[in-house]
Design a protein around this ligand. Structure first.
Ligand code: SF4
Length: 259
């Protein structure tokens, strides 16, 4: 029986796609963003984290496809009424066992539950090709156009990120592009214009852009995992975020702030 490790199942989520959703957080990510507020998502295997009272707790539990489908299906009435569905997130869902992920998405589609894929884009293009027929929406993170900067802050270059974004756009996927905003690093109009130019030059179509201002909500989790915290950024001001929003709007994009 196929199983995979999940570290959280969030019901009644309203930030991971349209309507009311269940978000499945798969454990394991191929990159390490310094601003990551879910550091317990990065390692693929279950691991121990101290809870808020200082007691050891296992993070990550294995689920069969049948077990996850049952959890997802339990709230189908809310999806139907709100235009919601299920979101596969992480960690990085596209770097999991792709046979498992495709079968889970197929089963959701068979039940009439729409599927959103929340991805950082670092996974084989073949995995995107396989999930495409069963995914209704991609919440796609674009962190930096410049590969060296991407490498500096995430530990990996962005070749696959850009290639997979092109692939999805070429195949008419519905894409919500999600952009992290870090003060003094990329929360400026120059970076926004660079991204707009790149999207235009590459002919990439996105239905929406979501601006995600940095926050440091996950800091205590690094302590509880006994890891050095890498969340040493500054939140951009409301004025910066509004100015970036206007830059994208002026270029014709529909823009929201937040997930
Ligand atoms: S892609 Fe997401 S889960 Fe992975 S390290 Fe970055 S922020 Fe964390």
């Amino acid at each position: 029986m196929k199983k995979t490790t999940v570290f959280n199942i969030q019901k009644f989520s309203t930030h991971d796609g349209p309507g009311i959703r269940t978000t499945i957080f798969f454990k394991g990510c191929p990159i390490k963003c310094e601003w990551c507020h879910n550091p317990e998502s990065q390692v693929f295997a279950p691991e121990i984290m101290l809870n808020k009272y200082g007691k050891e707790e296992w993070i990550g539990k294995e689920y069969s496809i049948h077990e996850l489908v049952k959890k997802i299906q339990a709230d189908q009435i809310f999806y139907d009424q709100s235009g919601g569905g299920v979101t596969f997130s992480g960690g990085e869902v596209m770097a999991q066992n792709i046979d498992y992920v495709v079968e889970l998405a197929q089963e959701c589609q068979r039940l009439g539950i729409t599927v959103a894929i929340d991805t950082c884009g670092v996974a084989p293009t073949e995995n995107f090709r396989r999930i495409l027929p069963y995914a209704d929406l991609f919440l796609y993170d674009l962190k930096f156009i410049d590969s060296h900067t991407h490498q500096l802050y995430t530990g990996a270059n962005n070749h696959l990120v850009l290639e997979n974004l092109r692939f999805l756009s070429d195949h008419q996927a519905e894409i919500n592009l999600r952009l992290i905003l870090l003060d003094e690093i990329n929360a400026d109009e120059g970076t926004a214009k660079e991204i707009i130019d790149w999207l235009t030059d590459e002919g990439i179509h996105v239905s929406e852009i979501s601006l995600l201002p940095y926050h440091d909500f996950g800091r205590d989790k690094y302590d509880r995992l006994q890891r050095t915290c890498t969340q040493n950024f500054t939140q951009p001001s409301d004025e910066q975020v509004m100015s970036i929003k206007e830059t994208y709007q002026a270029a014709g994009y529909q823009v929201t702030i937040g997930g």
